[in-house]
Structure formats: structure tokens, C-alpha cells
Design a protein around this ligand. Structure first.
Ligand SMILES: [Zn+2]
Length: 138
């Protein structure tokens, strides 16, 4: 996050207490280039917790892809395709940011990928499945 601020001086982030964030692990306002990360999530990411690292990568997905979205509200009965969901897009971005397509060939299985890329086993298995479907994983 500190490095990203060096790339984009307008980007600001804050580490917020759980009392402020509640159940939200991270909140990003892409148009304002503001990211709020819950304190325990930030500390977990710093310590290498895969789930927390993925949460922050997910928030970077929102930062990069979801400017000018406004507040989209869908009618209660409306189904939207997964690939149009901003949450789905941010999760894909986060997974691919952490699990590098350029280095996945160095892993022999998802367990190996989990250790190499510092993600949870769930995230490693998800990316492994995706890369296998696309013919990229070994
Ligand atoms: Zn999200």
C-alpha cells in the first residue's frame, strides 16, 4: 500500500479500528482513491495471512476497475451475471494479482502455489482450477 502511494500520490489509505469498520474488512472509494482497511486485516496481511492479503488485493481490484460506477442498486428480483458483479471482478483481480500467471508453472500443485504466492489454500485451489481450465497450469 505504501508502494502504491509512491506510484499514485492521490491514493490514500487508512487503517481503521474494528469499532469503525464493523464487519467490513476493507472499503474502497475508487473515485476518491481512498481505501480503508480494518486494522486486524492489515496486521494479518503484514504477517502473511493469505486471506487478509487477498482482501487487500481485492480492494485494489475495486480501486482499478470500479471508478465512475456510482451507487448501483438492482431491483430485488434482478439477477446479474457473475462476471458483471463488481465483487466478482474484484475477487478475480485480487486472485490474479497474487497468484502470478507468469510463475504458476513453477508449482506442482495448489499446495505449492499457496506457499509460493502467500495465499490461502482455497484461493490457490481456485486459481489453480482457473489456470487449468485455461490450459495454463502444469
Ligand atoms: Zn469488494
Amino acid at each position: 500500500m505504501e508502494v502504491y502511494h509512491q506510484i499514485d500520490k492521490h491514493f490514500v489509505y487508512d487503517i481503521c479500528e474494528k469499532e469503525v469498520m464493523g464487519e467490513n474488512h476493507g472499503i474502497t472509494f475508487p473515485d476518491k482513491k481512498i481505501m480503508l482497511i480494518r486494522e486486524d486485516v492489515y496486521e494479518g496481511a503484514v504477517e502473511g495471512n493469505g486471506r487478509d492479503r487477498l482482501t487487500i488485493a481485492h480492494e485494489f481490484g475495486h480501486l482499478h476497475m470500479h471508478t465512475n460506477l456510482g451507487l448501483a442498486r438492482k431491483p430485488a428480483e434482478t439477477e446479474i451475471p457473475a462476471f458483471r458483479s463488481s465483487e466478482w471482478q474484484a475477487s478475480c483481480f485480487g486472485g490474479e494479482l497474487l497468484v502470478s500467471v507468469d510463475h504458476i508453472h513453477r508449482c506442482k500443485d495448489p499446495w505449492d502455489a499457496m506457499q509460493m504466492f502467500g495465499v490461502s489454500l482455497d484461493a490457490a485451489e481456485f486459481q489453480w482450477r482457473k489456470f487449468t481450465e485455461e490450459g495454463i497450469a502444469p
